[in-house]
Write a protein of this length. Structure first.
Length: 361
């Protein structure tokens, strides 16, 4: 492809040919030649002579201000400017990337790639609200898949941040989750779910998208939909999808999806399946997952198994509390969880004819 396009620009140096050559150089990992090609595409599209100062002589990427100020901007060059911006973004030159995306938007406001690029720039500089808004706008333009996934991720991250804030004020975990969900506009959460649903309809092998979709649907109370999404993610991780992630990332993803799946199965009163998911090696020792398994055992009438799990959770939380400083707001939530586990342990003990143990707890 590179040889054919180089021959094409030698025969007829059209903007289209240069732009395609730049994309090929990006794929080949040659940023200097990719930049040169995109700048040539812009210069040829504008009908001007290339300024040699705009082409880097070494390996570093340089700015494109000389072209922007010399008449190269026209409505046909949005894609070339966007590709140049994505190249800068890929190599961590966020200010240059932002300049390019800013040039694209008045040229071709419907080009979603530029809005996605600018969203990544906003995220790099910590403007979370702007980041989410730009990803959402990109998705609304043409169903941009990156925009859909990243917008949903931004919404969920905001929910997590609000949940952490609420936990400092409301030690009860369920109240914290409900308060966090109420703090983020329900319309925004609904839009994120719709975007992911449309994305997953055509991209069924994205493990992360399945997991985030399940989490968002769980927050909205759609536990059946959430369970199916978590189950799909686990199936993918057990197959080629897990191999593509790499060993470390796949192990982390398996633990997260198994924990999420176990929790939702318990909420759906599918207790044997919850126990099976929570017993996987990746999450079997996690005290939070084990607490859900204990609840599933209790609801199934398996009091001895429930008592053993709750006791292990209490010991783990006690040890974690002893190892912490004990003076932070985060300890209030842990203490409340430990109190809840001890109450549950007392209830199980009483139901299992361990009256003395229940009284002590």
């Amino acid at each position: 492809a590179r040889n054919a396009l180089q021959r094409a620009v030698a025969l007829q140096a059209k903007s289209l040919h240069w732009n395609a050559l730049g994309v090929v150089f990006m794929a080949l990992g040659d940023p200097r030649m990719a930049q040169h090609s995109f700048i040539q595409a812009i210069a040829n599209g504008g009908g001007i002579t290339m300024d040699p100062c705009a082409v880097p002589a070494g390996g570093a990427l340089t700015g494109c201000g000389a072209l922007a100020g010399s008449g190269a901007v026209n409505t046909r060059l949005g894609v070339a400017w966007a590709n140049l911006g994505l190249l800068y973004l890929q190599h961590g030159q966020f200010e240059l990337a932002n300049e390019c995306f800013g040039i694209v938007q008045p040229l071709d406001p419907n080009l979603s790639a530029a809005w996605v690029g600018q969203a990544f720039v906003a995220g790099h500089f910590g403007d979370r609200a702007e980041e989410a808004g730009l990803f959402r706008h990109a998705y609304n333009l043409d169903g941009n898949t990156t925009g859909a996934v990243r917008f949903a991720a931004c919404v969920y991250e905001r929910l997590l941040e609000r949940q952490q804030e609420e936990r400092r004020l409301r030690p009860n975990g369920r109240l914290a989750i409900e308060a966090a969900a109420a703090a983020v506009r329900s319309e925004e959460v609904t839009c994120a779910c719709e975007a992911l649903a449309r994305y997953l309809a055509c991209c069924t092998t994205d493990v992360a998208a399945h997991n985030v979709y399940g989490l968002l649907m769980e927050l909205q109370g759609s536990h059946g939909v959430a369970e199916r999404s978590f189950a799909a993610a686990r199936v993918l991780l057990a197959g080629p999808g897990g191999a593509r992630l790499g060993a470390a990332a796949a192990a982390k993803a398996r633990a997260a999806t198994a924990a999420n799946h176990a929790r939702v199965l318990c909420l759906l009163a599918r207790y044997p399946e919850c126990v099976a998911a929570a017993s996987e090696a990746a999450v079997a020792d996690d005290p939070f997952v084990r607490a859900w398994r204990a609840l599933a055992h209790f609801c199934s009438g398996h009091l001895d198994a429930a008592y053993a799990d709750y006791q292990a959770v209490a010991e783990a939380l006690t040890a974690a509390g002893a190892g912490a400083d004990g003076d932070g707001d985060g300890d209030r939530g842990s203490s409340s969880l430990l109190s809840s586990v001890l109450v549950a342990l007392a209830m199980v003990a009483f139901g299992g004819d361990r009256a003395d143990a229940a009284q002590q707890l």
